[in-house]
Design a protein around this ligand. Structure first.
Ligand code: SF4
Ligand code: SF4
Length: 342
């Protein structure tokens, strides 16, 4: 629901208002040319006009390392489940990253709800913002350019102001009482429409087949040998996994205090592009080669999880392409393999 326009000169007041009582997470400029999601000391630090961040906002809902359980020995041993329910407002999330969180909701809610993820997720107010692409973005190819309903409040840059839409009760409550909203005119709606058109027109990487066809096409390319050319330059650094907003694999380990009376069970992000990911007891590695690991990653993004959950598990954010030292872009990889004879 469109509720009004906030003039850019009142943006700081608006953010203060909607984030009241919550920890403010947003994009800030860490150094020239480098922006990141971080806890902000003040809304003045907030940057809304950015292309991408190295790490997605996922890191504040599903952190790179987290404690799951604390254990204490003694006459009455204690086991405490750690749940982080800090109220947060995550401001300035792009549509692709909103889709990514919706996809994590699905996969981490399947079979059983991951209580650690959902504790943070349900206590977060999500404020989205529209964006324009760079040469790596391909949201328009995988259906994530628009994010209707996937956050609480959404802002669209319409020149001198932001168009404000509320897509949840929490969003409406957060905005309620802000006195600085201006009327939405036909010119504002036209500016928002033109901005979306500009965004879609600016997307360069093109899948050579409609995304709906990828599961079927990729099914025909299951042999690691078919992925050798694409994987030739891969150095198995795992950066593509770590920056991906939809990757959700993790490793669980215990940290035991020297006293042997206290311990923490933790989890940390893991990545299927790392050889050790499939190292199992006895020394067996069941995806030993780089082509096999890259094949698995691409099949998971555009085939296995797509078939299982009904949407590709890639949002077209382009982070993996931006961070890959070998210059591997998922669109080029998929185009190359699906164009080859199986
Ligand atoms: S696979 Fe790459 S482009 Fe797709 S969501 Fe992950 S990081 Fe973004
Ligand atoms: S970021 Fe590039 S080089 Fe590193 S593991 Fe991924 S595909 Fe390979």
């Amino acid at each position: 629901m469109t509720v009004g326009c906030v003039p850019k000169g009142r943006l700081t007041d608006f953010v203060c208002h909607i984030c009241r009582g919550r920890q403010l997470i947003g994009v800030r400029q860490k150094e020239p040319g480098f922006v990141e999601f971080a806890e902000l000391d003040s809304p003045d630090e907030l940057v809304l006009d950015y292309v991408s961040t190295p790490l997605p906002p996922k890191a504040f809902i599903y952190p790179p390392i987290e404690t799951l359980v604390r254990m204490r020995l003694g006459t009455a041993p204690q086991v405490e489940t750690v749940l982080d329910e800090t109220p947060r407002a995550i401001v300035g999330v792009h549509p692709c990253d909103l889709h990514a969180l919706a996809q994590l909701d699905v996969i981490l809610g399947d079979h059983y709800g991951d209580p650690h993820y959902f504790a943070r997720r349900q206590s977060a107010l999500l404020v989205g913002v529209d964006c324009l692409p760079d040469e790596h973005c391909f949201c328009g190819q995988v259906g994530t350019a628009r994010a209707e309903g996937k956050c609480d409040v959404f802002l669209t840059d319409v020149g001198l102001a932001y168009l404000v839409e509320c897509w949840s009760d929490e969003g409406r409550e957060a905005v309620e009482g802000f006195g600085g909203l201006e009327e939405v005119t036909p010119a504002v709606l036209e500016a928002a429409r033109a901005r979306m058109e500009r965004k879609l027109a600016g997307i360069e990487p093109r899948l050579s087949a409609p995304v709906e066809m990828l599961p079927m096409l990729l099914d025909g390319h299951q042999k690691a040998s078919e992925w050798e050319d694409v994987a030739a330059k891969c150095v198995s650094c795992g950066a593509c996994n770590l920056v991906c907003p939809t990757c959700n694999c993790f490793d669980v380990y215990d940290e035991v205090a020297l006293s042997l009376t206290e311990a923490e069970r933790k989890r940390r992000w893991d990545g299927c592009m790392l050889r050790e990911f499939t190292l199992v007891a006895g020394g067996e590695v069941f995806r030993e080669g780089k082509p096999d690991r890259l094949r698995h990653r691409m099949q998971r993004k555009y085939n296995y999880l797509y078939v299982r959950y009904g949407s590709p598990f890639c949002t077209g954010c382009g982070r993996c392409a931006r961070s890959c030292p070998a210059g591997i872009h998922p669109v080029s990889a998929v185009n190359q393999v699906t164009a080859s004879e199986s």
